[in-house]
Design a protein around this ligand. Structure first.
Ligand code: GLN
Ligand code: ZN
Length: 765
């Protein structure tokens, strides 16, 4: 008998109950007990939901107050010294201090670092290792939650992060090699397994997603060592769990481990089934991840069943599990809560709760044959074919345009040297021009008016009048302080992707499709369901209004195709590349319309360009190719004299610098202030040919940098790059800051530019 399994369920709750409870606790508005009660209620609700759906293998310890990696850090007692932990069981306040820092009663400790979980938009808390890090079982969360479920009559399979992945995801200080800590953490893992066994547990899910990454020999060698120890520690059945990609060259390593079962992701990498079926020992369990844990489309039942059938032909059905590709953490909770989506659209979708039913259905189909699920199969097929043929998905005009795309569409008319000369004639900018990244403080009044407009309390005309007034004020102020290239402030936008998503055809929105991004923060990604097109201009109205307020060249502001793609749920019926290029064409139309309307500088933000990078080196060139091409399609419709900017805010450019240059934006602004311009190295070494604005103002901090500080940063840049090549700007948009910080900071920035221009002039003389 094939068995239905799950790997993890969203923890936030249908109405983001966990978010609300945690935030109330942080604000001191509720007690630990109240928080724990909400947590318990949610765990129980989700376990019951899975049980009712007919899931046989139900996970526990997938719940978290903040993040599962941080939970493992707490479990292992790897608490950085600055939290002054006394070595006893970790309390919730220490836990939250690690996640968010603590600023209270004279104590001021910073949080642990946070970073993206593989190629998802979930963020985990990065373990910190120093030569003094010691390990000791310091949290019984996994055992407690196992017992809690058991007491309710549900025998769960606890989820823990595997030791090798845990160490490899950490960051080491003092020259410590994280893998050298393996010997120290294994005894704690062993103890944890023993305690789980003592509590009555019979199997655990050990997540080792690192097995889908490129690993060096040392990392590969860590696996047999770790699992040799863990297999000896208890008689628990160990389920080695991989997701987000292929095992590829790590398959041999996985197959050699003394574990009882293996989970593979067959949504991301269905082609690995055959090799795994051949390589994986037949006497061991195999869990097939056939339901997409990371997207919201209804499962194609027939295709999933085919995969499972194939497995049953070669392996004993009693050893096979049907499961989601990865934890359902990355899906919204329940489609039934979407009361406003139209009836047709709803039939195309599936959220976490619906995915449970899909898992059970595929399992049933595997056990009883197609006849056993004939009715459900018919419904599923109808929904799939409806989606495939729906007029809302297929736009022949977009398809025709895509077919006609040529290399010329992705190439500016002339090379950069010629363009920049033309641009300078029109723009007449001073050396080291100043600008900012787009948004200005989204103050209370802006948010309030937007909320009122959305509720219908004020009409469009009143809202627009308010926005015009805010925009005009902002431009007037920028003119007064002497910003060379002003921005309109983005007051009309809630979010840089949602704003465009709402204006594009082929993109939809859910009411309640929240997914955890980090801690209590959730995002509600747009749904790109069909061919994307732009029925009418999206930003021209605001750009022209803004330009009418100033003599200086106002910078038009758009979000790039890769970023829109990356921050949405994307249709799975065509390659991402095709969807990205469709978005690029829509943005291209907007760029051309802005040019026609007299906008001379247009910035296309690609904040998520790097984030889209595939996990494996071998898959990266293909992505970089189409991502770069998409940006170029979006930007190449304009005349030489129109200046194209792009903006990217993150650290690490080294591995993608060639592609960044290949995007051929006339100017790029990047985030450099925190690293004290270290990030510029990549551009210098590469001899980046176009212009660059290295950020001089860390907008993630409430600190106001003074003039001298910004002068120093730019002097550093001037040592390695030509003054002609440089711009002066903040690291990123200013929407999260207050005017009290932004006003002086930008004034200091302009003063820094003036001082630097003098210096440059003197040096030239
Ligand atoms: N133009 C956007 C802004 O200023 C860019 C935001 C981003 O890069 N994340 O807010
Ligand atoms: Zn940014």
């Amino acid at each position: 008998m094939v068995v239905a399994a799950n790997l993890g369920f969203p923890r936030i709750g249908l109405n983001r109950e966990l978010k609300k409870a945690v935030e109330a606790y942080w604000k001191g508005q509720s007690s630990v007990d109240a928080l724990q009660a909400t947590a318990k209620e949610l765990r129980m609700r989700h376990w019951k939901m899975q049980q009712d759906a007919g899931i046989d293998v139900i996970p526990s310890n997938d719940f978290s107050f903040y993040d599962q990696i941080l939970d493992m850090t707490a479990t292992l007692g790897a608490i950085p010294a600055r939290y002054k932990h006394d070595g006893s069981t970790i309390d919730l306040d220490t836990y939250f201090a690690m996640a968010r820092g603590r600023q209270q009663g004279g104590v001021d400790v910073v949080a642990m670092e946070m970073t993206k979980w593989f190629d998802t938009n979930y963020h985990y808390i990065v373990p910190e290792f120093t030569k003094d890090t010691s390990f000791k079982l310091s949290s019984t969360k996994a055992v407690d939650e196992y017992k809690e479920a058991k007491a309710a009559g549900i025998d769960t399979r606890p989820v823990i992060i595997g030791p090798v992945t845990y160490l490899l995801l950490g960051k080491a200080y003092d020259d410590v090699n994280p893998l050298s800590l393996l010997d120290k953490i294994l005894p704690v893992y062993a103890q944890l397994l023993q305690e789980l066994q003592a509590a009555g547990c019979s199997h655990v899910q050990i997540d080792e997603p690192m097995l889908v990454m490129d690993l060096d020999d040392e990392a590969k060698a860590a696996f047999p060592k770790a699992y040799g120890e863990l297999a000896k520690a208890s008689s628990l059945k160990l389920w080695l769990t991989t997701y987000f990609g292929y095992l590829r060259d790590n398959l041999e390593t996985a197959c050699s481990l003394p574990v009882d079962g293996l989970h593979i992701d067959l949504v991301r990498a269905p082609e690995q089934l055959d090799v795994v079926l051949d390589a994986w020992p037949k006497e061991k369990g195999l869990s097939l991840g056939v339901i997409d844990g990371r997207n919201i489309w209804k499962n194609k039942l027939e295709a999933s069943l085919d995969l499972v059938q194939k497995a049953i032909e070669k392996h004993d059905a009693d050893k096979i599990l049907v499961a989601p590709s990865c934890s359902l953490l990355h899906s919204p909770v329940d489609l039934d809560a979407e009361t406003k989506l139209d009836a047709e659209f709803v039939t195309w979708l599936s959220f976490a709760k619906q995915k449970l039913d899909e898992i059970v259905l595929v399992t049933k189909g595997a056990n009883e044959g197609y006849e056993g699920i004939a009715e459900a199969m018919a419904v599923n097929k109808a929904a799939i074919s409806d989606r495939a043929t729906s007029a809302r998905i297929n736009n022949p005009e977009v398809k025709a345009r895509m077919d006609k795309l040529t290399a010329a569409d992705a190439t500016r008319k002339s090379a950069f040297d010629k363009r920049i000369a033309e641009q300078q004639k029109v723009l007449n900018l001073p050396p080291l021009p100043t600008t900012s990244i787009g948004s200005l403080p989204q103050t209370q009044d802006v948010r309030q008016m937007r909320a009122q407009f959305k509720k219908g309390d004020i009409d469009r005309a009143e809202y627009d009048k308010f926005l015009e007034q805010k925009t005009a004020e902002a431009i007037k102020w920028q003119d007064e302080i002497g910003i060379d290239v002003p921005v309109h402030g983005e007051y009309e936008r809630n979010d840089m992707v949602e704003y465009f998503g709402e204006k594009l055809e082929g993109v939809g929105f859910t009411q309640n499709g929240w997914v955890q991004s980090y801690g209590s923060r959730c995002v509600k990604p747009p749904v790109i369901f069909g061919d994307v097109s732009r029925p009418e201009p999206m930003t021209v109205r605001w750009a022209t209004f803004a330009q009418s307020q100033t003599e200086r060249p106002m910078k038009g502001m758009l979000t790039g195709p890769v970023t829109i793609l990356q921050w949405s749920f994307v249709r799975d019926d065509q390659p991402r590349e095709a969807t990205c290029k469709q978005i690029a064409l829509a943005i291209r139309d907007e760029v051309c319309d802005l040019e026609k309307a007299g906008i001379k500088i247009i910035q296309i933000d690609e904040a998520a360009f790097r984030e889209g990078l595939p996990l494996r080196e071998a898959d990266r060139p293909a992505y970089l190719n189409w991502a770069t091409e998409s940006f170029r399609i979006a930007t190449s419709g304009v005349e030489d004299k129109t200046q194209i900017h792009t903006h990217m805010c993150y650290s690490e450019f080294n591995d993608i610098i060639a592609s960044i240059a290949d995007m051929d934006a006339d100017v790029i602004s990047i985030e450099t202030s925190r690293s004290a311009m270290e990030l510029l190295d990549a551009f210098v070494e590469f001899k980046y040919p176009n212009e660059i604005g290295p950020g001089v103002y860390d907008i993630h901090s409430p600190r106001i940098p003074d003039t001298q500080e910004m002068v120093k940063l730019m002097q550093k840049a001037l040592q390695v790059l030509d003054a002609k090549q440089l711009w002066i700007n903040p690291d990123c948009g200013l929407k999260t800051r207050g005017w009290d910080e932004v006003r002086p900071a930008l004034q200091h920035m302009v003063a820094a530019a003036q001082a630097l221009r003098q210096e440059v002039k003197q040096q030239a003389a």
